[in-house]
Design a protein around this ligand. Structure first.
Ligand code: AFP
Length: 330
């Protein structure tokens, strides 16, 4: 089985970019180890409690954030990092070329129930035009040079793209390396599986309510076939499922809280996952716009997300076509 670096070399990925990716993976191996240790590592729990030895326990998402940030900045290859866990960007080497944005532990509420979680990342280059601070990161998804996630499930997997297809690697704990296990990931065009948090149904826009209603109607409904539903409460695990066997995943805008109509973050979740999904032949949209074309206005911006099997996403978008984007959408 092939190791990661020779695969990236074949794709002519620059040595500095390989080093940045490798550093992320070193942090991921440490996170994976701590997750596997579970309660034994003393880093579970959702509060800053004291453990039995009287030491302060840190939430694993905070620990993961610090690990990734410190390791990346130490390489001197990173100009700045942006993390879901940090209010502002953290500057590194002013002469470096790469920017890394990440969600250190997506789906972190799953930690306490021993469920799947993951680290999502995107790598950008410093833009040609003059930009400082947060502005550095305000680039469209099309400008990503690499993106992916590490899924900490029954096995630890890296799923990544550098713009020439999607590959999956599995962490071999005996050698401590990610080995290529799936080449040329391709999302099937049609599906009978959808993922959405149904508890929010009463808050959705009309197009989304109609679309999901038609899926649930099954054989008797306008779609004429039965659909199944899956929800992991961790985007990483839900997107992994659709990369493996197709499906549609959506976290639409809703009117629960007018100040926060969307849940998922553009930079740390929607953009990298859209890069993977499109590279695997799928489709990704807000309902009205292609996510990869969106011009971010803030690093913590949130968006509505519909992604997955190309034909199913297109069908969902048909429901939105003639209905104007509602006040809470986008
Ligand atoms: P965290 O990263 O804060 O754990 O949130 C995970 C997430 O943003 C995304 O991964 C899930 O798809 C979504 O939240 C789950 O949301 P619900 O709580 O509505 O199920």
């Amino acid at each position: 089985m092939q190791r990661l670096i020779p695969v990236l070399n074949k794709d002519h990925v620059s040595l500095h970019l390989i080093s940045v990716i490798n550093t992320l993976l070193t942090a991921a191996k440490e996170i994976s180890h701590r997750l596997h240790q579970g309660s034994l590592a003393g880093t579970l729990g959702s509060t800053l409690d004291e453990n039995i030895q009287g030491e302060t326990q840190k939430k694993l998402d905070i620990v993961s954030n610090q690990l990734i940030k410190n390791m990346l900045l130490e390489t001197q290859l990173v100009r700045a990092v942006a993390s879901e866990e940090e209010d502002d960007i953290v500057e590194g080497n002013p002469d470096a070329k790469y920017l890394v944005a990440y969600d250190p532990l997506d789906g972190s509420s799953n930690i306490d129930i021993n469920g799947s979680v993951g680290t999502i990342f995107t790598i950008l280059e410093v833009p040609d035009h003059p930009a400082e601070g947060k502005e550095l990161f305000l680039q469209t998804g099309d400008e990503q040079v690499a993106a992916g996630y590490i899924l900490y499930g029954p096995s630890t997997m890296l799923v990544m793209t550098t713009g020439s297809g999607v590959r999956m690697y599995t962490l071999d704990h005996t050698v401590g390396e990610f080995l290529l296990t799936v080449e040329d990931v391709s999302i099937v065009k049609d599906t009978q599986e959808f993922g959405i948090n149904m508890a929010n149904q009463r808050f959705w826009s009309k197009p989304m309510s109609q679309y999901i209603g038609d899926l649930i109607a099954g054989e008797e409904g306008p779609r004429g076939k039965r659909f199944n539903m899956r929800w992991n409460a961790a985007m990483v695990a839900d997107v992994h499922r659709l990369l493996c066997r197709g499906g549609i995943f959506t976290y639409p805008a809703d009117c629960r809280n007018p100040a926060k109509p969307c849940k998922l973050r553009l930079l740390y979740e929607a953009m990298p996952m859209s890069f993977l999904v499109e590279q695997a032949g799928g489709r990704s949209s807000t309902g009205y716009e292609r996510i990869m074309s969106l011009q971010p206005t803030d690093i913590h911006q949130r968006v509505s997300v519909i992604m997955g099997s190309a034909n199913e996403v297109s069908t969902c978008l048909q429901y939105h076509k003639d209905v104007p984007c509602e006040r809470f959408d986008g």
